[in-house]
Design a protein around this ligand. Sequence first.
Ligand code: ATP
Ligand code: MG
Length: 227
Amino acid sequence: MPTYAFISPKGGVGKTTSSLIFATQIAKRGVGVSIIDADPNYPIQKWATGGYCPDNVHVISNITENNIAFNIRKVAAIDPIVIVDLEGTAAKIVIHALQEADFVVIPMQGSLLDAEQAGRAITLVKDQEQAVRRHVKNYILPFSILLTRTPPAYQTRNMASLRKSLSDKGIPVFETVLTEREAFRSMFFFQKPLDKLNSSEAPGIDKAIENANAFAAELISKLSPEG
Ligand SMILES: Nc1ncnc2c1ncn2[C@@H]1O[C@H](COP(=O)(O)OP(=O)(O)OP(=O)(O)O)[C@@H](O)[C@H]1O
Ligand SMILES: [Mg+2]
């Protein structure tokens, strides 16, 4: 059953936000999902205490570099989808998570500085691919860059040229961009999935749900037979 790891060396690019968006979208489709909350601030664990966590979303915290692989395997035997929200790329915990991952999402904000940071994440993915599963001939650990926090309604020129420079280097990038939206922040503030927010808690909830749904559908398609 697929395990999705969300990594990036840079803080604040939207790893936790995109992890939670994906988890809640999976849950809406009636599929069980476990989130391994390996961010030391436990943002998803805190979110889940608000009383609106769907029954089929299971949050696992108290994760360390010593127990992450065990926990991923344990929940992967129960839930069809496992999501791992990590912090940074330097720690051993990230290496252990990559060793269990079937797909890696690398969120990134649209600036050249972030492009360099994403490059570091890609190197790490490639290193693990070689190191861990070398017994599987030509094993490739698939990954894709997710452009995040872009201004709504338009693609900035920077974003377009960044997208082009990544694709010129053969680096996969999601078609879907996670736009900067208040509703995505409100999810955490009000400790709710997007579809439980009401219009006094955030504007543009419908657009945010549409955006979340497009991202989830694209990510699911990456590991589906047709994807
Ligand atoms: N698409 C978005 N729209 C609006 N706000 C966003 C979006 N993505 C992230 N944010 C906000 O940016 C901040 C950082 O996001 P988030 O915590 O998801 O990043 P992170 O990569 O997990 O950070 P860290 O490295 O600290 O774990 C949070 O306040 C979050 O609400
Ligand atoms: Mg985080």
